[in-house]
Design a protein around this ligand. Structure first.
Ligand SMILES: C[S@@+](CC[C@H](N)C(=O)[O-])C[C@H]1O[C@@H](n2cnc3c(N)ncnc32)[C@H](O)[C@@H]1O
Length: 211
C-alpha cells in the first residue's frame, strides 16, 4: 500500500465520501458551510466555479432538489433549478447539471453565463484553486489574484442580495481581499470548515446580500 493510500484510509472524510458516493472529500466542506449558514435557502440558480471532480455539484443538486419543495411558498421560489459547473478539467456528467470545460477567466464566460441562466444567479460557489507550487507566498498571491477575478464575475452575474462562497489562502493580501468583499456585500464571514485539513491554510469567505 502506498503512503497516499494509507493517509486516505486514515482520513474519516475520505472514507465517508467513498461510502456516500461523493467524488471527493471536499463535499463535506460545502456540507459544513451549509450546516453553519444555510446558504442554499431560496437559491435555485447556482454557479460552481472550479467544480472538478464534481462533489460540490453532487451536494448542491441534493440540497436544491429538497429545497424546491421546502421553499415553495409565497416568497421567492422557483419550480425548477439550474446548476452550472465550470472547470478546466473534465468532469464526469451528473444528471440535470450542466458542466462546461473552460477557463472561467476567459471573457467568453460572460456569454456562457447569460445564455445558460438568462438572468442573474442566486448563489455563486467557488472552491477554485490555483495549481500550488509549494511556495506559500506566491501561491497565496496567485490564489488572491484568482479571487479578484471571481469577484469581477460576481459583480456582473450575481443577483442583488445574492450569496458568494469563495476559497482563499491566508497570507499577506488576505485583508485586502476581505476589504474588497466587504465593499460589495453587506455581511462577510470567514469560515474554516471542520473537514478542511488542519495543515491547509485554506479559508472560505462568505459574502451575504450582495449590494
Ligand atoms: C479543489 S478543486 C475543486 C473541487 C470541487 N469543489 C469538488 O468538490 O469536486 C479546484 C478546481 O479549480 C479548478 N480551477 C482553478 N482555476 C480555474 C480556472 N481559471 N478556470 C476553471 N477551473 C479552474 C481546478 O482545475 C480544480 O479542478
Amino acid at each position: 500500500m502506498t503512503n497516499k493510500q494509507i493517509n486516505h484510509n486514515r482520513d474519516p472524510h475520505y472514507r465517508q465520501a467513498k461510502k456516500e458516493g461523493y467524488r471527493a472529500r471536499s463535499a463535506y466542506k460545502l456540507v459544513d458551510i451549509q450546516t453553519r449558514y444555510n446558504i442554499f435557502k431560496r437559491a435555485f440558480y447556482i454557479l460552481d466555479l472550479g467544480c472538478a471532480p464534481g462533489s460540490w455539484l453532487q451536494v448542491t443538486k441534493k440540497i436544491v432538489e429538497k429545497n424546491l419543495n421546502k421553499y415553495n411558498d409565497q416568497y421567492y421560489h422557483r419550480d425548477h433549478y439550474k446548476i452550472l459547473g465550470i472547470d478546466i478539467k473534465k468532469v464526469s456528467p451528473i444528471e440535470n447539471v450542466k458542466v462546461l470545460k473552460m477557463d472561467f477567466t476567459n471573457p467568453e464566460i460572460h456569454n456562457e453565463l447569460e445564455s445558460y441562466f438568462q438572468t442573474k444567479i442566486d448563489l455563486i460557489l467557488s472552491d477554485a484553486a490555483i495549481n500550488k507550487s509549494g511556495i506559500k507566498f506566491s501561491d497565496h498571491l496567485r490564489q488572491v489574484n484568482l479571487c479578484f477575478k471571481i469577484l469581477e464575475l460576481t459583480k456582473a452575474h450575481l443577483k442583488f442580495k445574492g450569496t458568494l462562497i469563495l476559497k482563499s489562502f491566508y497570507g499577506s493580501d488576505f485583508n485586502k481581499l476581505v476589504k474588497k468583499i466587504k465593499s460589495e456585500f453587506r455581511i462577510v464571514k470567514t469560515f474554516k470548515p471542520r473537514s478542511s485539513k488542519k495543515r491547509s491554510n485554506e479559508i472560505y469567505l462568505i459574502g451575504f446580500q450582495k449590494k
